[in-house]
Design a protein around this ligand. Structure first.
Ligand SMILES: [Fe+2]
Length: 242
């Protein structure tokens, strides 16, 4: 395993490839996806909901120092904010770039219920593990619903989603998903798949539980100019709300 803290050049390169891949699969992004930091600074208070609900680009290695294997490039299209009554939206939607070889760390949520949707490219593998009463991984079976069809799987089993398929991940279910090797849309030797997440309101600060010493928003090494704000970097957003 390589060990290199996530740096700004890598963040910007990942956003650039995500724009290309999303466009390839005809997934249109809202105009602010293209905005530079200067555009955001000019936008003023009219866009405060976007900032306060952490919409936009989200690139993280979860503090793994191994972005190629443990990381994510996401775009949050909509969300509420459970810490702020001005934003009562109870649902959220994200797009996720799935380069071959990269996955988020195994995690679960105590409140969020999420559907993972294969939006195009190759297959998406979703590993699901049940938890016990103390939120530890547990053996046994669990029920999974794929596009409204319910079936029992063994805890720890991996479900494959082909393009267009989706499944529901209930709260307190440990999950990890990734693009299946060799099945994605290839650019420069890497296969890419796009997944979507439709969920209940998402609180990324307090509702992600990992099984290793990881963090949702790592410190990024500033080795190159910042073109885009990440969703946790907008100026003027109070830390308590994030
Ligand atoms: Fe999740």
């Amino acid at each position: 395993m390589s060990s290199q803290p996530l740096n700004r050049a890598r963040v910007e390169a990942s956003i650039a490839i995500a724009k290309v891949i999303f466009r390839h699969f005809h997934v249109a992004l809202p105009p602010f996806a293209q905005w530079t930091t200067a555009d955001w600074d000019r936008a003023g208070p009219d866009y405060q909901e976007a900032r306060d609900c952490a919409l936009g680009w989200d690139v993280t290695d979860f503090g793994s120092n191994d972005f190629s294997h443990i990381g994510r490039t996401l775009f949050t299209l909509r969300n509420g904010n459970i810490h702020d009554p001005r934003y009562p939206k109870s649902y959220a939607e994200k797009l996720i770039l799935d380069p071959e070889g990269q996955r988020a760390p195994a995690h679960f949520h105590r409140t969020k219920r999420e559907d993972i949707i294969n939006r195009g490219g190759g297959n998406i593998c979703v590993q699901l593990t049940r938890t016990d009463a103390e939120d530890r991984p547990a053996k046994g079976t669990l029920a999974v619903v794929v596009d409204g069809c319910r079936r029992a799987i063994a805890s720890g089993e991996t479900v494959r989603l082909t393009p267009g398929e989706s499944l529901c991940i209930p709260p307190r279910t440990i999950h990890q998903f990734w693009g299946e090797e060799g099945t994605g849309y290839r650019i420069d030797g890497v296969g890419y798949t796009v997944s979507g997440e439709v969920s209940s309101v998402c609180d990324d600060v307090t509702d992600n539980f990992f099984f290793a010493d990881l963090t949702r928003y790592p410190v990024i090494v500033e080795d190159a100019p910042r073109i885009h704000y990440l969703c946790n970097e907008y100026p003027g957003v109070e830390a308590v709300a994030r």
